[in-house]
Write a protein that binds this ligand. Structure first.
Ligand code: HEM
Length: 479
């Protein structure tokens, strides 16, 4: 059974499997360890070192590494979207080009201009789904989960009896990662009536949003969401070429679906961590509020949050460094290669820790000569947080003074990999960061959050991300 027995025990104890991946380097005093994930599985490699992980992601993808199993997992659900393609696949560039406008600052800024403790996890899940759905396709006149929940609350107030049925379109990706043959798993799973129904609902929803958008865009209306941008581009291209627009292109549907899948769990997990940290460091709320007031003295009235408040950004960065929602990712070797001086055969799965030693724990020492050539060439100024208490929550580590003596956020202060790195790092990073900044600022500005120590729980759940299971809080409105 290899390491599966131990991992199974962890799951039984409700501890989650992910911390196990972060412990192995210290346990074996080596940044590279071999792991065995099942009786018939080939041995895999686990890497826990910022510099080498960053090097594989930034310089060795499509050289001696590939996406491997991840492509199979996504192919079963969104075969025409770029996350389901190897970097060397000729379709990869074309599909990513279709959505290339969607992380441009011009798009992002239009999308975003417009008593007793209670558990906020479900509220965050629903709110975050609404915000990613509204950026992707627009919410439409029916609104989203939050609108449905508000109607339920109003109805409850009026009549005293009402039922609320949460209903939203969410994908099933996580299970695929745990299957030995994800393509076979998806081929069978996609035949299940509930999965077919979910697929039809999603296709129907995206098609209805396309149908709604066309007349408005043809009348010269501006794009209101990501889908509008993609349709607008195709309408123009078709007009120019004198042909009918091809709006039933499965790539459009899958890219938008991919946007929802990749953007929802990750933003939700990050936001729950932000709230959890805010509650366990109450002094941070005062510091963030002071910095917001200083940065946006007039902006609040105008709802303009485009300018960055350095302390807020440092707080977000520090939460994602310490509580990185995506703990470990997987790649595969394309050919026989060498990692930290060890020969690794072709088609070996390599797990890369995006947190743990050198990122939020003391690093495990690595011989410089064992590093790859590119890793030695692109040596970062700081490889680890070893000299700055890596395990301590300290947003100030991301701040420095500029020439005028003002605090500025410096992303190059040290290592973090919350959004992965390189060409296949997070495609939605800019939207994710902007969304977190905005959704975090608004409640902080309007309320004071509290929680009693006895209600603090650090227990986590594992899906695509790892995040707290519970986030109890009470709040007082700020006058
Ligand atoms: C704030 C929260 C977010 C975090 C922490 C995050 C983190 C990550 C990470 C670690 C990866 C690499 C996964 C891997 O290689 O296995 C990734 C990939 C990706 N992310 Fe994000 N993400 C966030 C938000 C978003 C949003 C809002 C979107 C879309 C609108 C998005 C779209 C994507 C896509 C499409 C990929 C795959 C890129 C590719 O295969 O080339 N992410 N993200």
């Amino acid at each position: 059974m290899g390491n599966l027995a131990e991992l199974g025990e962890r799951q039984k104890d409700m501890q989650g499997m992910r911390p196990w991946f972060l412990e192995q380097a210290r346990r074996h005093n080596s940044a590279i360890t071999q792991i065995f994930l099942g009786p018939f599985a080939k041995p895999a490699i686990l890497l826990s070192d910022f510099r080498e992980v960053n090097d594989i992601l930034s310089h060795r993808d499509a050289v001696d590494f590939k996406r491997g199993k991840k492509v199979d997992v996504f192919s079963g659900i969104l075969p025409h979207a770029h996350p389901a393609m190897e970097t060397l696949d000729p379709r990869f560039r074309e599909s990513r080009d279709l959505v290339r406008d969607l992380m441009a600052p011009s798009f992002l800024h239009t999308m975003t201009a417009n008593g007793r403790p209670f558990d906020v996890v479900n509220d965050i899940v629903e709110f975050s789904f609404d915000s990613i759905l509204s950026a992707a396709t627009g919410l439409g006149s029916e609104g989203g989960d939050i609108k449905r929940q508000l109607s339920y609350l109003h109805c409850l107030e009026d009549t005293g009896t009402c039922t609320f049925q949460p209903d939203s379109i969410k994908g099933e990706v996580t299970k695929g990662f745990y299957m030995p043959w994800p393509r076979v798993y998806h081929a069978i799973n996609n035949l299940r009536p509930s999965v077919r129904h979910a697929g039809q609902t999603l296709r129907g929803y995206i098609e209805s949003q396309i149908t709604r958008a066309i007349p408005r865009l043809n009348r010269g209306g501006g794009p209101e969401c990501a889908l509008d941008y993609v349709i607008g581009r195709e309408l123009k291209a078709a007009q120019k070429a004198g042909r009918e627009p091809m709006l039933d292109d499965p790539r459009v549907r899958d890219e938008i679906y991919g946007y929802l899948i990749a953007g929802h769990d990750t933003s939700t997990g990050s936001f729950i961590w932000l709230m959890r940290r805010l509650l366990s460091h109450p002094e941070e709320q005062t510091k963030i509020c002071e910095n917001l007031q200083e940065t946006y003295p007039t902006a609040w009235a105008e709802r303009q949050l485009i300018k960055q408040a350095p302390y807020l950004v440092a707080f977000l960065e520090e939460v994602l460094r310490l509580n990185c929602p995506v703990v470990t990712i997987m790649v595969q070797t394309r050919m026989d290669t060498v990692v930290l001086g060890h020969a690794v055969p072709r088609d070996t799965q390599v797990f890369l820790n995006l947190t743990g030693p050198s990122l939020n724990m003391p690093s495990v020492s690595v011989e410089e000569t064992s590093r790859s050539k590119t890793s030695q060439t692109y040596e970062p100024t700081r490889h680890s947080w070893d000299d700055l208490d890596p395990e301590v929550f300290r947003p100030e580590r991301w701040l420095r003074k500029d020439a005028e003596g003002k605090w500025v956020f410096d992303a190059a202060s040290g290592p973090t990999l919350a959004f992965s790195a390189g060409n296949r790092g997070c495609w939605g990073k800019r939207l994710g960061q902007l969304e977190l900044r905005i959704v975090f600022t608004i409640p902080i500005w309007s309320a004071k959050f509290n929680v009693h120590e006895k209600h603090v729980s650090w227990e986590t759940y594992d899906t695509l991300v790892t995040a707290p299971k519970q986030c109890l809080m009470s709040l007082t409105e700020v006058q």
